[in-house]
Unconditional design. Structure first.
Length: 270
């Protein structure tokens, strides 16, 4: 990078859900003036399509809040629910004590409140028709669908990781872009090597029974600190159950039953 910060020039987001409610995923991307792209995504075990749409938009707004932005920047989405709620309905909901015009409670209030707090005066949401050939919307949809199906898509890590911290409380996690070129004869991609190192570390932590702070846990599972702060019950991450210790720390325990144990307990996987 040169001395001049690279501006965000485009952003998009999307959500997907199987069953509605059911397993869901979200995807988002940010484009930079120098051509770099940063992609994000995540999953929830039991959610709705609307919640995934809101979650994706929230991730974009939080990610670009401290980044230099082009004055024409907009966030592209195919969700009318997201656009109308964010641009039209929110003021009325708040005036009525988070009640709809019909008097019912506003659904997804927790996410709407977070979106309202993350609002950026110079960034608006713009509608794009889904599955219409828009490349950014199609890519976000592909990321969201993959996460909703329990897959872990490979995500591009671009300028955002060096231009600014996505979460000021969590030290940046090295990405494949930070790795040295593989030595001759090393056939494993850098990203796969990094994943293997994290899984081996998780096994050692579980075996020794170490407690992890929330920041340390966020680094290990590569999830936003804000998302983990909302958890208070045991949950499943890959082959481990993540258990609260009651003092602000968490402990990993090998989950012998796999995801079925998580389903029985009604937990979410990361």
């Amino acid at each position: 990078m040169g001395s001049k910060p690279v501006r965000v020039v485009a952003a998009a987001c999307d959500g997907a859900c199987s069953g509605n409610p059911g397993p869901g995923g979200w995807g988002a991307l940010i484009r930079f003036e120098n051509g770099a792209v940063h992609e994000m995504g995540g999953a929830e075990r039991n959610t709705t399509n609307n919640r995934m749409e809101l979650t994706a938009a929230l991730a974009v707004l939080e990610a670009i809040s401290e980044l230099p932005r082009h004055p024409d920047l907009v966030v592209r989405t195919d969700s009318r629910y997201l656009i109308d709620g964010f641009s039209k309905w929110l003021p009325g909901w708040k005036r009525k004590g988070w009640r709809t015009a019909a008097g019912g409670a506003v659904l997804n209030r927790d996410l709407w409140e977070q979106l309202d707090a993350a609002r950026l005066a110079d960034v608006s949401l713009v509608h794009v028709r889904g599955h219409s050939g828009d490349p950014d919307n199609d890519r976000c949809d592909a990321i969201a669908v993959a996460f909703s199906r329990g897959q872990l898509p490979e995500l591009a890590a671009g300028e955002v990781l060096t231009a600014a911290r996505l979460d000021a409380d969590v030290p940046p996690v090295p990405t494949a872009l930070d790795q040295s070129p593989p030595v001759p004869g090393d056939l494993a991609p850098a990203g796969l090597q990094q994943l293997l190192s994290r899984l081996e570390l998780a096994d050692r932590l579980a075996l020794q029974g170490y407690g992890l702070s929330l920041v340390e846990l966020a680094q290990l599972v590569e999830q936003p600190l804000r998302q983990l702060e909302r958890r208070s019950e045991p949950w499943i991450w890959r082959d481990w159950q993540v258990q609260p210790l009651g003092d602000g720390r968490w402990r990993l325990q090998r989950n012998a039953g796999g995801l079925d144990a998580g389903k029985a307990a009604g937990q979410e996987s990361g």
